[in-house]
Ligand binder design. Structure first.
Ligand code: COA
Length: 323
């Protein structure tokens, strides 16, 4: 018995903000943002629209596309760095309640932009141990709620959104989540962090990032991680139909893809329209391939992510859903 990806879905809030909008409030230009990041637009949630609301919309669609009912879900796990509440209740509990899923385990995980890969590894273990039959996993972010809109080096990079999947059971190894690798190194925690607000020192609870240092580590780590998972599974980049990296920066993706000899047709890109949506970025990108009609049952995807912690991970995932 193997764990497999039964469905994929996403939700993008309707408010779209382009680079020219930022020119009005901070010292930046459309040209700088496009040249350094590849980002043209990103979407931001409304004030009263929370991470759980985005997650619920994506989750509903994922359950529907898996051809099951909300009551068939045995567990809900949400990856987010912008939860509805600080500490408790978890966003997953809020989401489960809004979906009418009660008396089932629901919890959040914190792995920043690597969140969705961590979700896959957890869901795979629960399914393959026989503990669960259907798990709803969701990467959801309202990063706009923790951005400092005066900090030009971070506020132009991120966006809001959610991506969800149902992980179920298959007997066919070829159509399963073939392998997942996740890792971390907390020695680099100071490169990307969100401090807890402190009324005494006026520290703002906003995302802080040392972008240039992260850039260099990201390219090296992502490349090594993909090489490792491909070698371990006796595969090469030619065996992969869709390479779906974390969508943080077009230059990082291009550098990694070039080192690994991925062709243009294999690389999935959404960073230009959504920016970096952290834990939601990979499932949102997968959903783009799905909704374009290109993702067929049995197709092999390679996912690769990197984020605060530092955390990183990769996954070899065949699509086991309805095309
Ligand atoms: N508009 C104009 N100028 C900007 C700017 C903006 N929005 N943001 C930063 N700058 C300026 C900096 O202040 C700096 O100016 P200075 O030389 O006068 O000090 C200059 O641009 C270069 O900054 P630097 O940080 O070296 O640029 P960069 O080429 O590294 O690009 C990032 C910055 C953030 C785009 C890039 O480092 C990056 O994407 N890093 C990885 C981030 C990431 O992936 N994070 C998430 C991990 S999950």
């Amino acid at each position: 018995m193997f764990a497999s990806l039964k469905s994929i879905a996403s939700f993008v809030p309707s408010r779209c903000v382009n680079n020219f909008d930022f020119e009005k409030s901070i010292d930046t230009t459309h040209e700088w943002i496009v040249e350094r990041t590849g980002i043209y637009t990103r979407h931001f949630a409304e004030d009263k629209q929370f991470t759980s609301d985005l997650a619920v919309e994506a989750g509903k669609k994922a359950i529907d596309r898996a051809g099951i009912k909300n009551s068939d879900i045995d567990m809900v796990i949400v990856a987010t760095l912008s939860p509805d509440f600080l500490g408790m209740p978890s966003t997953a509990c809020v989401v489960a309640s809004k979906l009418g899923i009660t008396d089932k385990p629901a919890f959040d995980i914190s792995a920043a932009c690597t969140g969705f890969i961590y979700l896959l590894s957890i869901a795979k273990s629960f399914i393959e141990s026989g503990a669960c039959k259907n798990i709803l996993i969701i990467g959801s972010e309202k990063i706009s709620s923790i951005l400092d809109f005066n900090d030009r080096s971070t506020c132009v990079l991120f966006g809001d959104g959610a991506g969800a999947a149902v992980i179920g059971v298959t007997k066919d190894k070829e159509k399963s989540i073939l392998d997942v690798h996740v890792s971390s190194n907390g020695d680099y925690a100071n490169l990307l962090y969100t401090p807890i607000a402190d009324s005494k020192s006026a520290v703002k609870q906003c995302l802080n990032m040392r972008g240039n240092e992260i850039f260099k580590i990201a390219v090296k780590t992502l490349t090594n991680d993909v090489e490792m998972i491909l070698n371990k599974n006796n595969l090469s980049s030619k065996d992969i139909l869709f390479f779906i990296p974390h969508q943080a920066n077009l230059r990082i993706i291009s550098a990694v893809a070039e080192r690994l000899s991925f062709q243009k047709e294999q690389i999935v890109l959404t960073v230009q329209k959504y920016g970096n949506t952290s834990a939601a970025s990979i499932p949102m990108a997968m959903n783009d391939v799905y909704e374009s009609g290109k993702l067929k049952n049995g197709d092999l995807m390679l996912l690769d992510a990197f984020g605060g912690g530092l955390t990183w991970g990769s996954a070899l995932v065949a699509f086991d859903g309805i095309s």
